[in-house]
Structures are given as C-alpha cells and as structure tokens.
Ligand binder design. Structure first.
Ligand code: SME
Length: 138
C-alpha cells in the first residue's frame, strides 16, 4: 500500500541519516518480526548487502534481542559465540528493540568497523529513535 511504501522510505531515510552523520555507524538497518512467526525479516538498511535477510529467533545478536527484549551492545564481535557475521570489516554491533504497545516487533541493528565505539549515549539516542519509529509503523 502507499502507507507502507512511505513508511519504508522514512525508515530508509533514518538509516541514511544515521550512517552519514555518525562516523562509526557503518551498517544501519531494521529487522521486523514476520507476523506471528519466530523469525526476523530484514527491512530498510544502508550499507553492504547481507545474505541474512531472515534470522530465526535466538540466532545471532539480532535473534537474541528478539527473545530478550533488551538492548545488546557488543564491543567485540569476535568474542561472541552466538553471532552472525555479515562482513569481515565489522568489529562491533549494537541492537535496540522496537516496542509497539509493549510488544517487541523489531529492532534497529548497527554494525561498526570501529572496535568498542558504543556508549550509553548511543543506547539512549537509539532508544529515542526506536520510540519515534514505533509511532510511524503501519
Ligand atoms: N550480526 C547480526 C546479523 C545481522 S548483520 O549484522 C546485518 C547478528 O549477529 O544477529
């Protein structure tokens, strides 16, 4: 529908803004729950294309956030045993869940080529972004 197209354009604009203006945000994308299935689908993103367009709940950093409903900050991806590598240049990752009516419906996922760049300021800022995103979803 027109509504969904506009939402995806707005989500892509958010990805572009974040990737452009924060130098250590090198891949920025959204994953959303696929209906009632226990899997995530890749939404709008900016950065290198990834093969991981479908992620089962529990798998990787993203899949773990789908289950935990909590922020996940990874200062060093090489130290994670449940991690899905998308690019060899990635050193760190942050995933923040998106809630609608208290339900975890997706997340923003950011990869960085810089080791250990994410602070609590990133968490607070991205929580704000996710809360704004939750208001425009169809
Ligand atoms: N690294 C993620 C997979 C998604 S890519 O970063 C785009 C994970 O472990 O869930």
């Amino acid at each position: 529908s027109n509504t969904e197209k506009t939402v995806n354009e707005r989500l892509l604009n958010i990805c572009e803004l974040l990737e452009t203006h924060i130098e250590y945000y090198n891949w920025v994308g959204f994953y959303f729950r696929n209906g009632d299935k226990e899997e995530l689908l890749l939404g709008p993103y900016v950065g290198a294309p990834t093969d991981h367009t479908v992620i089962p709940f529990g798998k990787g950093i993203c899949g773990q956030v789908a289950v935990s409903n909590k922020n996940f900050v990874v200062p060093d991806v090489s130290a994670q045993d449940n991690y899905i590598a998308c690019s060899i240049t990635v050193k760190s990752e942050i995933v923040i869940p998106i809630f609608v009516d208290g339900k975890n419906i997706g997340q923003i996922d950011i990869d960085s080529n810089t080791p250990d760049p994410f602070t609590e300021a990133d968490e607070r800022f991205l929580e704000y972004v996710c809360n704004e995103v939750s208001k425009i979803l169809p």
